[in-house]
Design a protein around this ligand. Structure first.
Ligand SMILES: [Fe+2]
Length: 407
């Protein structure tokens, strides 16, 4: 579905009620916060308005109480006790939105500044990467925001998302702080060579062989542009240049520009490379729709990572799980839900928001933490085309909610 089509749908469809928003931010799981009236927070610019929280199923409270007993009675309970305590979802979501908005702003200003003869963005990017790293350590909800696309220029959202995903993967892979910051900087810079090819990447049809070859030159163009960043530390410039140049290579030698193989590639380049590909697959482009996130993960795993390094594939799965944020799933209760927070270390036990009953009829959104609710599990993923067929209004609302714009 294209952004232009969504505008039409929006004009035709009734505006969603605040109590039942397209992209609901669910209520925290804590008992005391259940009493808080659902309300929209103060409007921020540029982020879209965060929607109202969803209520929490009562059985979650019971389950949570059981799992906090003094002596673990089972392996599952023992693992639950060792899981770090998460802040309430609502609190995490507001903080994550603020951080995402900052990264998006920086991504946009960097992509503009890099087309000037000189720019001073290195320190700002390093500081922003530090903020993302610290946020990801305690607030996995930031990863949810990488489902957004930017309508006016996809490159802005793509760059921000690839940076956050790369850092989430770097954390899972156990990189140290300075390596993580370099990873973030290179992810932010990996497509700076693309700004010269806007007429090609914004075209509504697929590129031909010659056009693709022309656009592939953006890898070298990006390295040349690194020289314009006057505050880039000269000690790391050489390595940063290698990493940026290698982010379009593949471990099986099928990438560009130099068709390097696995052992020749910098590990940071391999992380950015798969984050870049996964982000691109799961977001719409002018010439194609987005791939469902679980299908993208499946494809990366089953096709041996599409030429990616096995450790990088593992880091991706550890970071976004097999049901990444935004995935639509059918629960064992047959209800339809959307994944809204990955549980670190527990790939099939995310926090979900139940949106539809088993017949795909809309219900008031409800939160369910599958980690704390052992009687419910994920039966299967729901293809977006199935949702479009069985509840087109819900499908349209979910699609609209993926665009980071002010309506
Ligand atoms: Fe990219």
């Amino acid at each position: 579905m294209r952004f232009s089509e969504l505008r039409k749908i929006k004009q035709e469809a009734p505006r969603p009620e605040p109590v039942n928003p397209a992209r609901s931010a669910p209520a925290p799981v804590r008992e005391k916060e259940k009493a808080v009236e659902p309300s929209l927070p103060e409007k921020q610019t540029p982020p879209p308005e965060p929607p109202a929280p969803a209520p929490v199923r009562p059985e979650i409270q019971e389950s949570a109480k059981q799992s906090t007993g003094s002596t673990p009675k089972s392996r599952r309970e023992a693992r639950a006790l060792s899981r770090p305590t998460e802040a309430p979802f609502r609190e995490q979501d507001l903080k994550a939105r603020e951080v995402y908005s900052r990264i998006l702003d920086l991504s946009g200003s960097f992509l503009k500044a890099i087309d000037q003869p000189y720019t001073e963005k290195y320190e700002a990017i390093m500081a922003a990467c530090g903020l993302v790293i610290e946020t990801l350590r305690t607030n996995g909800v930031l990863l949810n925001y990488t489902v957004y696309s930017t309508a006016e220029d996809y490159l802005r959202g793509h760059t921000a998302n690839t940076t956050i995903m790369s850092l989430a993967m770097g954390l899972e892979a156990g990189f140290g702080d300075s390596e993580l910051r370099l990873l973030g900087f290179c992810a932010m810079a990996h497509d700076i060579g693309m700004t010269e090819y806007a007429s090609l990447y914004n075209r509504p049809d697929r590129l031909g062989k010659n056009e693709f070859a022309e656009m592939s030159l953006h890898a070298e163009a990006g390295v040349a542009k690194l020289g314009r960043i006057v505050d880039l530390d000269y000690k790391i410039k050489d390595r940063a240049s290698h990493i940026v140049l290698q982010t379009h290579e593949r471990a099986d030698g099928s990438g560009y520009p130099d068709r390097l193989s696995d052992e020749e590639l910098d590990p940071l380049a391999q992380i950015i490379s798969i984050a870049d590909a996964y982000e691109a697959m799961t977001h719409p482009r002018a010439w194609r729709n987005a791939v469902n996130a679980p299908d993208a993960i499946k494809e990366l795993v089953e096709k041996e990572g599409r030429g990616f390094n096995a450790k990088a594939v593992k880091a991706l799965i550890s970071a976004v799980s097999i049901y990444p944020p935004g995935s639509l799933v059918q629960l064992s209760s047959k209800e339809i839900a959307r994944v809204i927070r990955v549980s670190r270390g527990f790939l099939s036990k995310p926090l979900v928001e139940i949106l539809l009953d088993p017949a795909f009829n809309q219900i008031n959104p409800q939160l369910l933490d599958l980690f704390e609710h052992p009687l419910t599990s994920i039966d299967r993923t729901v293809n977006f085309s199935e949702l479009e067929r069985r509840n087109p209004k819900c499908a349209a609302r979910l699609e609209m909610s993926r665009w980071w714009v002010e309506w």
